[in-house]
Design a protein around this ligand. Structure first.
Ligand code: GLN
Length: 272
């Protein structure tokens, strides 16, 4: 028989100990504190089998959130599948910016382009109930995940399928538009570590800036006067994104915000 403690010890030869705990807690349907307080408990054979399978998947490189089917974002559990990007803590920078920008106790309409798991749109809808939130994605499979997350977390978000603004009616207008688009450069070495995630959610297959340029070009037709457009982007892309905004006279108050690690992460501008 194998105890919780032994199972964690055995796995720690092959995978990170913290990740082993996440996987075992997932298989037992308990939280991580339980593992500590019950470390002498013996594991039922079926749980042990499932846990061994999870460890094997992790050793092969599959990210823990895909194995467990869930990832926490802004304190809430989001369902994730390989059809959606795994929510990153960095993206909370974009959420915090929008919450602050819309904290005037008035209603605002908001659009999230390329919503994936729905983590940005759903978090904003829940954190500020005065926002009326819409979200798009090119991927019908991603939208299925996003809709399920909205249902489970009781968030009111309207979802639309299509390529950026093509998903919407031409007369749709918003006060705030946000996006965490695929911005990684196709040659970025970091991409090699992300091979389980949907490639189309990570890179544009070019310099990482093409989707941001497309959105900046088309956003004025869907933003209300003085509306905000905010992007998440790579740590080294702030100047390039600022330049894209500055190519026309349409944008003002162009600025960049750093994430908790001190990297440039979000660039925002206001429609003049
Ligand atoms: N920030 C993510 C990463 O570098 C990528 C997110 C994205 O491309 N939108 O892992």
């Amino acid at each position: 028989m194998t105890t919780i403690k032994q199972a964690l010890q055995q796995a720690s030869n092959d995978i990170d100990r913290f990740e082993a705990k996440l996987l075992l807690a997932h298989c037992l349907g308990v939280n991580r504190t339980y593992l500590i307080t019950h470390d002498r408990d013996e594991l039922p054979p079926s749980v042990l089998q499932q846990y061994d399978r999870c460890v094997t998947q992790r050793v092969a490189g599959m990210p823990v959130p895909y194995i467990c089917g869930t990832q926490e974002f802004y304190g809430r559990p989001f369902k994730v599948t390989p059809d959606v990007l795994i929510p990153r803590p960095d993206t909370e920078t974009l959420v915090d910016f929008v919450l602050q920008a819309t904290s005037d106790k008035r209603p605002h309409s908001l659009l999230d382009l390329g919503t994936g798991s729905g983590c940005i749109a759903i978090t904003l809808a829940l954190e500020n109930p005065l926002l009326s939130v819409s979200a798009t994605d090119l991927s019908a499979r991603a939208l299925t995940v996003a809709r399920e997350n909205a249902r489970t977390l009781h968030a009111n978000v309207q979802f639309y399928e299509g390529n950026w603004f093509d998903a919407l009616l031409s007369e749709s207008h918003f006060d705030v538009i946000v996006s965490n688009p695929p911005y990684i450069h196709k040659e970025d070495q970091h991409l090699k570590n992300l091979k389980y995630e949907p490639i189309g959610a990570l890179t544009d297959g070019s310099d990482g800036l093409s989707h941001i340029a497309t959105i900046i070009k088309n956003a004025p037709r869907h933003l209300n006067r003085h509306g905000l457009l905010a992007f998440e982007h790579g740590w080294d892309q702030a100047m390039a994104v600022q330049d894209l905004f500055a190519q026309t006279q349409l944008w003002q108050d162009i600025s960049t915000i750093k994430d908790l690690a001190g990297n440039d992460r979000v660039t925002v501008a206001r429609l003049a």
